[in-house]
Design a protein around this ligand. Structure first.
Ligand SMILES: Cc1cc2nc3c(=O)[nH]c(=O)nc-3n(C[C@H](O)[C@H](O)[C@H](O)COP(=O)(O)OP(=O)(O)OC[C@H]3O[C@@H](n4cnc5c(N)ncnc54)[C@H](O)[C@@H]3O)c2cc1C
Length: 449
């Protein structure tokens, strides 16, 4: 049995970052990855047409300093998300085009929506990021879903409908499935609702030339001999002053192990001795969100000639939000449509042909007949990926933060936890994953000192 100072499980941005930092500190490290690639929930697919799409995480934006630092360090270029021209709103069977950030809604609904955004930002300020369960009125907020708060806060159905579109785009989950305390934590973790929602000045501001997996690939290339692919970890045994890890019938010994995978997957590992009750309860109660990305590829971004930015929002149908995901040079036109939350679950029940038909019908409604016949259509769900089981991230339903939330990051013996779900800042994002990797490496180095 080979032995190491640290075995890291999961070669997503969290596990890669942790491995890199531990190697820099001259530790003997092995990174075990279930898939045959690095990047985890960030996966860039190269297409025959010579371009690429990000099937998972794609955008980065202001205040995500740690991923920007990695991009700079590895010489990876970023570019602004295309947002020149008018946005599109499809509501009650009508298309409306509008400039700026304010959607053309009836004034009552608009004021109600604006008040809700301001209120949520204000409430989020009071959240204790390190210990959300210790925030003022934590039990009150954690007993409520985001959906029930939306009902309390907004009397206009239209305001609630559009708030839901934004909430689903942020969490990839239905507001009825999200604890209000978690929603507030998430807003504080990013900085504000605007940072979460916006292109300019927000999380969707920029994309990565070559795709978001590029940085992960380059980082991994600096320690390729330390990564073992196709090695799903099934068992972790804590014995004496170390751990034994079993992956693909092979055994590895280590002083410490880092589990850098989403909580629901961490809960599927067999621990001996078994996890403390509250930690086990947490991993039973933190499901992943649901999202499909749908892509239509065209010879050129035809909507740009019509003065449109390809940003559409609608509270009806499967696809509720779209973006221009063309490459930096605009050599191809790529529309990306999100199918989110409960719509994603319903979309999963359609055949591939039905999904294509629904997606292209939506693109045609939003952007006209030219959208009907793309050169290529593809879509992707993460729910059926064995090593993700949903996306973007694990979401806390009511009652979890305040009962067992403190077990999210707390080490159990020699087992330490990382992954975007454990991040205090930019939780749920690539930035959060990177920061969690840095945090856990520091934690381990302190233990090994
Ligand atoms: C559709 C979609 C859109 C998104 N959009 C954005 C975006 O635009 N911007 C953004 O910042 N974030 C976005 N995200 C979220 C972002 O991708 C994630 O927050 C981030 O990639 C998580 O990184 P991680 O390292 O924490 O986890 P992961 O990337 O999930 O890495 C975990 C790794 O562990 C491996 N693994 C799992 N179980 C085992 C096991 N038992 N043994 C060994 N290996 C195992 C997995 O294969 C995986 O490689 C999006 C995600 C998705 C899916």
């Amino acid at each position: 049995m080979n032995t190491y100072d640290v075995v890291v499980i999961g070669a997503g941005y969290a596990g890669l970052t942790a491995t890199r930092h531990l190697l820099k500190a001259n530790k003997n490290v092995l990174l075990l990855e279930a898939r045959d690639r690095v990047g985890g929930r960030v996966f860039t697919q190269n297409l025959d047409s010579g371009t690429y799409v990000d099937l998972g995480g794609a955008w980065i934006g202001p205040t995500q300093d740690h991923i920007y630092a990695l991009a700079r360090e590895f010489g990876v270029e970023t570019f602004p998300t295309y947002d020149t021209g008018k946005s599109t709103q499809y509501f009650r069977d009508k298309i409306k085009r509008y400039g700026g950030l304010i959607p053309p809604l009836p004034i009552g609904a608009l004021l109600s929506l604006d008040a809700a955004i301001k209120r949520m930002n204000k409430l989020a300020k009071s959240i204790n990021l390190a210990a959300p369960w210790q925030s003022p009125n934590a039990n009150y907020w954690d007993a409520m879903t985001l959906a029930s708060w939306m009902h309390q806060q907004m009397s206009f159905q239209t305001a609630r409908d559009f708030f839901k579109v934004a909430a689903e785009a942020i969490w990839a989950a239905d507001p009825a499935d999200i604890s209000m305390l978690h929603a507030l934590f998430y807003v504080k973790s990013a900085g504000s609702l605007e940072l979460l929602m916006n292109i300019k000045g927000g999380a969707q501001e920029e994309r990565i030339v070559g795709g978001a997996q590029t940085i992960a690939n380059k980082m991994a290339a600096t320690f390729a001999d330390k990564i073992c692919f196709n090695s799903p970890v099934k068992t972790i045994l804590q014995e004496g002053d170390g751990v034994k890890i079993i992956a693909k019938e092979k055994e590895y010994g280590a002083k410490k192990v880092i589990v850098a995978i989403p909580p629901t997957l961490a809960g599927r590992i067999d621990y001996q001795p078994i996890m403390p009750a509250n930690r086990d309860s947490l991993t039973q109660r933190m499901p992943m969100g649901s999202v499909w990305k749908t892509y239509a590829i065209y010879d050129k971004p035809f909507w740009r000639d019509a003065g449109l930015n390809a940003l559409a929002a609608t509270p009806s149908g499967y696809i509720t939000v779209t973006f221009d995901n063309s490459p930096k040079d605009g050599s191809k036109g790529i529309l990306m449509g999100f199918v989110l939350g409960n719509q994603a679950k319903a979309f999963s029940e359609l055949s591939a042909a039905q999904r294509r038909q629904e997606a292209l019908a939506a693109f045609t409604t939003f952007f006209g007949k030219k959208a009907q016949n793309p050169v290529q259509y593809l879509d992707h769900s993460w729910a059926t990926e064995e090593w993700s089981r949903g996306c973007y991230a694990g979401v806390m339903p009511p009652g979890v933060w305040t009962s067992v939330g403190k077990t999210l990051r707390a080490p159990v013996g020699h087992i330490h936890w990382a992954g975007t779900e454990t991040a205090e800042v930019w939780n749920g994002y690539i930035e959060g994953a990177v920061r969690s990797g840095e945090r856990v490496a520091k934690e381990i180095l302190e233990c090994l000192a």
